[in-house]
Design a protein around this ligand. Sequence first.
Ligand code: FPP
Length: 243
Amino acid sequence: MFIKKKNNIDLNNIPQHIAIIMDGNGRWAKKRGLSRSVGHREGSKTLKKIVEACYELGVKYLTVYAFSTENWSRPKEEVDELMKLLLEYLRNAEQELKGKNVRIRVIGEKTGLTDEIISEIERVENNTSHIEGLDFIIALNYGGRQEIVRAVTDLVEDVKAGRETVIDENTIRQRLYTRDIPDPDLLIRTSGEIRLSNFLIWQSSYSELYFCDVLWPDFTKNHLLEAIRSYQGRQRRFGGVIC
Ligand code: FPP
């Protein structure tokens, strides 16, 4: 079906980890005279399709930016709607993904989230923790700078207590939310904005960045394939040289 038709994608060079900034829900809704929350709801439908596409393509990790630590400054009504949507998503995710090997995890600060959301996160994480297919990681109440500060604070505590002697990239990395997840190979941002907005700033140092003008609710499997095609045309040097 869909994958077989896309024969200009090299299925042996699929990015292991794709990260996505799902931007443009608000503009999508505004263009149609709808409320921003309708845009987020449409964005949630797009996400389901993209999770499935990643699963079919054999992507090992997909991380999406669902709610940043800065998003609390949005109007209360929008924040409440987003939290409602996230809760609904977490409640239905296993049913929706039934038959597919998808493990769900959530990264970010638990502080500020309702008890209802926290217990739903714990439930879905526990129920899917044994699954070895696609790791679907939702960044919720997540901020890259906050993640680094938290990791460094933990490291300093461990050094002071004698539990750690070394301060280096590795000992910081071990204290990030993503400690057991490889860095993203490909980071996609939709909607024409060209910045990282505090998303996986440590982890994306050597990610291939892909920006497209499509608003997130309009993003399709074909757009994903286009991003992967672009990725496959890049030369990854990681600071070295290709001889
Ligand atoms: C950015 O678009 C998008 C967000 C802040 C929220 C992303 C959330 C979803 C796609 C909803 C579903 C997610 C899950 C995990 C269920 P924006 O609102 O900043 O759009 P704009 O830049 O056009 O205003």
